[in-house]
Design a protein around this ligand. Structure first.
Ligand code: COA
Length: 328
């Protein structure tokens, strides 16, 4: 018997209804539509305004669609891995909340905190349980309620992010599925993209709240350069290791952080624009949500056997790329 691959057998995405355009942000901070669109490619993003709703609620919406599309009963799901940095609570994990809310009574799960690379990290973790024959139905969710950690007085960050989540089903396949991955990290990047307080180093106090330390803090220029380097290098290494060239790849699905970053990665690797899938204009950067949302938005383009590369870069720093042979 050949190697068992973990194949994506279904995808689903969910974004909240409320749209925040660049023009809406002009009313909150000193910015303008032209600046945001030309520097980032973003036109609008979605916001989960309801204070009673959290990351798990977006995950639940995506997973419910996924179960319907893949004709799966909640009790059949064995494992749920959730990529997020905005889980409902610091603990417990959001995966268990999602399992509980959808009635996945036989599933266990946990969250993975790898910021914008969270989905690809989680996909690879989930895939190992399928490849080893341990489980046959693993759901990987990626998403973030970024509006819960954004300072809407900081024009350098609040324009970039939005809320949303996506989910994929992983099942065993002899033929197609996840082929290889390169995952990397460098903790030296921490201070360039992080939330200063709320963890065990700087627990929440009246002072951390007053100093606005519970929001995303970023040095955009450093992240910009590191993102292009990390994604481009991991794609090239992945292709080399699999004796592939850029011409063998049908689709590149990059983490959607900034259209200029995506174009620079596409150019550096030599992919033509039509192979690079972009939907950042609609959602902004949904952190762990961008790749599953893109898989969901562009699903109709994919054919069985298509070679797809996913690539991401995020806080940590974390980054990497995944090679998939599409299974349906
Ligand atoms: N509207 C208008 N002007 C703004 C602005 C905004 N929203 N944000 C910053 N500016 C100003 C700056 O204050 C600066 O003004 P100055 O020249 O008078 O000092 C000027 O625009 C240029 O700022 P700079 O930070 O150099 O812009 P940039 O071209 O680097 O673009 C980012 C800023 C954030 C869009 C860009 O650095 C970026 O996308 N970085 C990566 C961020 C990211 O993707 N993070 C997630 C990774 S997973």
């Amino acid at each position: 018997m050949g190697k068992i691959h973990a194949a994506i057998t279904g995808v689903a995405g969910y974004v909240p209804d409320e749209i925040i355009t660049n023009f809406d942000l002009e009313k909150l901070v000193d910015t303008n539509d032209e600046w945001i669109e030309s520097r980032t490619g973003i036109k609008q993003r979605r916001i989960l305004r309801d204070p009673k709703k959290a990351m798990s609620d977006m995950g639940v919406e995506a997973v419910k669609q996924l179960l319907e599309k893949t004709n799966t009963k909640p009790e059949e799901v064995e494992m749920i891995v959730v990529a997020t940095i905005t889980g409902d609570y610091v603990f417990p994990d959001t995966a268990n909340q999602i399992a509980h809310k959808i009635g996945a009574t036989n599933a266990f799960g946990f969250d993975i905190n790898a910021a914008c690379s969270g989905f690809i990290y989680s996909l690879i973790v989930g895939s190992k349980f399928v490849e080893t024959g341990t489980y046959k139905k693993v759901i990987v969710v990626g998403g973030d309620k970024m509006s819960s950690i954004l300072n809407y007085e900081d024009r350098a960050t609040c324009i970039l992010f939005g809320d949303g989540a996506g989910a994929v089903m992983l099942e065993p396949s002899q033929e197609n599925g996840i082929q290889d991955s390169i995952l990397r990290g460098d903790g030296a990047g921490c201070e360039y993209l992080y939330m200063k307080a709320g963890g065990s180093l700087n627990p929440p106090t009246a002072e951390t709240v007053a100093n606005k330390e519970h929001f995303v803090t970023q040095d955009g220029r450093i992240v910009f350069k590191a993102a292009i380097k990390g994604m481009s290098e991991s794609i090239n290494d992945l292709l080399d290791r699999n004796n592939l060239t850029k011409d063998d790849i049908d689709w590149l699905i990059p983490h959607q952080a900034n259209k200029r970053i995506i174009s620079a990665v596409g150019d550096s690797v030599g992919f033509p624009d039509e192979k690079v899938l972009i939907n950042i204009e609609n959602y902004g950067n949904t952190t762990a949500g961008t790749i599953p949302l893109a898989l969901s938005d562009f699903e109709s383009k994919f054919k069985k056997g298509d070679k797809i590369v996913l690539t991401a870069f995020g806080g940590g720093f974390t980054w990497g790329s995944v090679l998939i042979h599409w299974a349906y």
